[in-house]
Design a protein around this ligand. Structure first.
Ligand code: GUN
Length: 284
C-alpha cells in the first residue's frame, strides 16, 4: 500500500507553528508581518488563488493588503505600484499573481520587486540562491519548497536517487530540479519537447510532475516502489485532477501525493513561511 503524502495536514501544522510565531513576533516587534497581493485583471482561477492567500493571512495574523487593478493597467502604472510597495515599511512581502495580461512584461515586473520582499522567490537573485543551494539565505519559490518540506516530513531521502522532473517552468520545474540536485539526487528534466518521456519516468525513484496535462502519467510509466509528487492541477468535467492517474498509479508506488490535498496546500503554507522569514530579516 502506498503512503499517501498528506500535504494538507503538513501545511496545517506549518501554519499553526507560524501563527504562534507571529503572535510572539508581534509582541516583540510591535507590528505584524505584512503581505501585499497584486491582482491584475479578472482571471477566475487567479481570483480564487488570491482570495485563499488573503484568507490564510487573516487566519495567521499576517496583515494582508490586496491591490486589484483592471487588465487595462499600463506597465508604468504597475511598476510604480511595485516601487511604492518596495518602499513601504509595513509591507514585508510582495506578490504579483501570475499570469498577468500579455501586454505587460512580467519578468520586468518581477525584477523590480525587492529580492528581500520577493516572497514568491521568483526574482533572479532568489533563483540564483536556489541554484547555489543557499536554502536559508534567500526566499525559496513556494511550490518547490513545499515539495522539499514533504520529502523532509516523510523522511524521503534524495541522495543518490534518480529523480525525474517533468515540466520545466520557471515557477516549479526549474527550481525544483535544482533543489533536488542540491540534495544530491541525479536529476533529469523532461518537458514538452522530450522524446520518449516514458523511458525517463520509468527509471525515476522520485518522480515530480508539473505540466498541467491531466493524467499525463499512467501506471505503465512509473517504476515499482517510486515516490510520485503530483504538482498539476486541472479541472476536468468539474472535478479537480492532477497530472498523474492517481487511482491506477497508487497501486504500484511506495508514496504519492493526492490532488487535491497534496502539494497545493503546501504552496500557501510556504508563502506564509516566506512572509514571516522576510519580516524577521527586515526587522533584523
Ligand atoms: N500563479 C500560479 N502559481 C503562482 C505562484 O506561486 N505565485 C504567483 N504569484 N502566481 C502564481
Amino acid at each position: 500500500m502506498a503512503t499517501i503524502l498528506d500535504g494538507k495536514a503538513l501545511a496545517q501544522k506549518i501554519k499553526e507553528e507560524l501563527r504562534d510565531e507571529i503572535e510572539r513576533l508581534e509582541e516583540a516587534v510591535g507590528r505584524r508581518p505584512g503581505l501585499a497581493v497584486v491582482l491584475v485583471g479578472d482571471d477566475p482561477a487567479s481570483k480564487i488563488y488570491v482570495k485563499n492567500k488573503e484568507r490564510t493571512c487573516e487566519e495567521l495574523g499576517i496583515k494582508s493588503v490586496g491591490i486589484r487593478k483592471p487588465s487595462s493597467i499600463t506597465q508604468e502604472e504597475l511598476e510604480s505600484i511595485i516601487d511604492d510597495l518596495n518602499g513601504r515599511d509595513d509591507i514585508d512581502g510582495i506578490l504579483v499573481q501570475l499570469p498577468i495580461p500579455e501586454h505587460l512584461d512580467s519578468q520586468k515586473i518581477i525584477n523590480l520587486i525587492s529580492p528581500l520582499k520577493d516572497v514568491d522567490g521568483f526574482h533572479p537573485v532568489n533563483m540564483g540562491k536556489v541554484v547555489l543551494g543557499l536554502f536559508d539565505e534567500g526566499l525559496m519559490p513556494c511550490t518547490p519548497y513545499g515539495v522539499i518540506k514533504i520529502f523532509e516530513a516523510y523522511g524521503i531521502e534524495l541522495q543518490g536517487k534518480n529523480a525525474v522532473m517533468v515540466g520545466h517552468s520557471n515557477i516549479v520545474g526549474k527550481p525544483l530540479a535544482n533543489m533536488m540536485v542540491n540534495l544530491n539526487a541525479t536529476v533529469s528534466v523532461c518537458h514538452v519537447y522530450t522524446r520518449d518521456l516514458k523511458s525517463y519516468t520509468k527509471e525515476a525513484d522520485i518522480l515530480c510532475v508539473a505540466t498541467g496535462v491531466p493524467h499525463l502519467i499512467k501506471e505503465d510509466m512509473v517504476k515499482e516502489g517510486a515516490v510520485v509528487i503530483d504538482i498539476g492541477i486541472s479541472r476536468v468535467n468539474g472535478k479537480i485532477v492532477g497530472d498523474v492517474d492517481f487511482e491506477k498509479v497508487k497501486g504500484k508506488v511506495s508514496a504519492i501525493t493526492p490532488v487535491p490535498g497534496g502539494v497545493g496546500p503546501m504552496t500557501i503554507a510556504m508563502l506564509m513561511y516566506n512572509t514571516v522569514k522576510a519580516f524577521k530579516r527586515r526587522e533584523g
